[in-house]
Design a protein around this ligand. Sequence first.
Ligand code: NDP
Length: 466
Amino acid sequence: MRACFAYPPMRIINPATGEVLREVAEADRVAVTAACRRARAAQPAWAATSLGTRCEVIRRWRALAVERAEPLARTLALEVGKPIAQARRELAGVLPRVDFFLAEIEGALAPEVVLTSPGDHLDEMIRREPLGVVANISAWNYPWYVGANVFLPALLTGNTVVYKPSEFATLTGLAIGELLHEAGVRADVFQVVAGGGSAGAMLLEEPVDAVCFTGSHATGVKVAAAMAPRLVRVQLELGGKDPVYVCDDVDVATTAAAVADGAFYNTGQSCCAVERVYVHERLWSRFADAFVATVRDYVVGDPLDERTYIGPLARREAALDHHEAQVADALGRGARVLTGGRRLERPGFFFAPTVLVDVDHTMAVMREETFGPLIGLARVGSDDEAVALMNDTAYGLTAAVYTADRARAERLLARVNAGTAYWNCCDRVSPRLPWTGRGASGLGVTLSREGIAAFLRPKAWHLRGV
Ligand code: NDP
């Protein structure tokens, strides 16, 4: 990476210990501007490169990610605090996404003839062209997933990319860039600008053609506001307050284990993590008991330990404060802690896996994104009450219903305002399906064919022969 050194180096901290892992030069304005200029200059040649060549380098990148999976997973575990088994799973989970994009790209770029009218010698045709320079500002929680959802289709469709990883996943961001360059993507076609939020803000001031942002609602609003005067295309993949409704006809043990996994996997730091659970009163106490038993069994500890299921909070002190504030607010309004409820007295930034009951929607824990190992369980008396509560949110990323009855689930989920509906599953993403948030959860689509089209703009051709 060609970066300037106007700032003191950025310290990459291991959230499991608080120790400095490495120091990295942070891109300043000169470096950000230069990266965008190079990306602009390189874009026409990249777009003119044959699709076969573009696919070939992405295939090589995939092969390198497989070959280096173990050290890359270790880096992710060290800098983000992701338990190593889950870090390996993230790397493996990128591969089907690569395969999907490679399988679909030719069709996405094919010209589409929508009218052939020999009588008046008229053809109407749509061709799809790349956007140009894409700024990709990414989150730390699944850096391989959320990065790849953007830069793979962006590159395959002929765009150049300036990638700003989260400062909490800088080493992974740099590794992604090194692998792309080693695979044959020219240095100017994909560039990493390492840095904190200010590097992201500087990138927004550059003349880019699109901004694809993954992160919190608060930052997403800033991104949208910054780009609005220039009418630049903006995609926002933001947070959620994703609900699950457990109906009265489920197998309690398996459902409690599945929903707890949806809430606590990745230490609860997933955009589509379960953030609220509504349980039918007929099985309330059995469900709450099974849920808490599952959570108490989770192994909290060193992310490099194979047995660890819950790691530290990547955003360190700020995240611990946020969790404590949500617990204090809930307790002050009448909630009870069934397990956990506090930070752990050990090095690093660990919060005990926490389950709250007697929660309601006056409490922040049921309204604002938690993004960690803390969940509220609420009792409901009917399907209608559950739907009303599921919809009582500014967010709209995912929603899940657990029931033995598919028709009941489909009826309920059709009434829920969310981009993704899950029946008897949760916290799940498919490359074949659009990933899209409603309301405060964002704008635009990644993944699926629509998530490829998002990096293209149509040109309408009216072709009249003589
Ligand atoms: P943030 O909003 O804090 O940061 C996201 C990115 O924006 C980071 O790279 C950050 O840099 C950068 N940034 C910060 N300030 C600015 C600014 N003013 N202008 C431009 N860029 C800026 O989110 P997190 O990284 O903490 O990610 C967690 C959030 O992401 C959660 O809300 C989660 O739900 C959401 N998310 C959504 C997904 C989805 O698909 N809908 C997927 C994954 C996460 P830096 O980190 O260096 O400060």
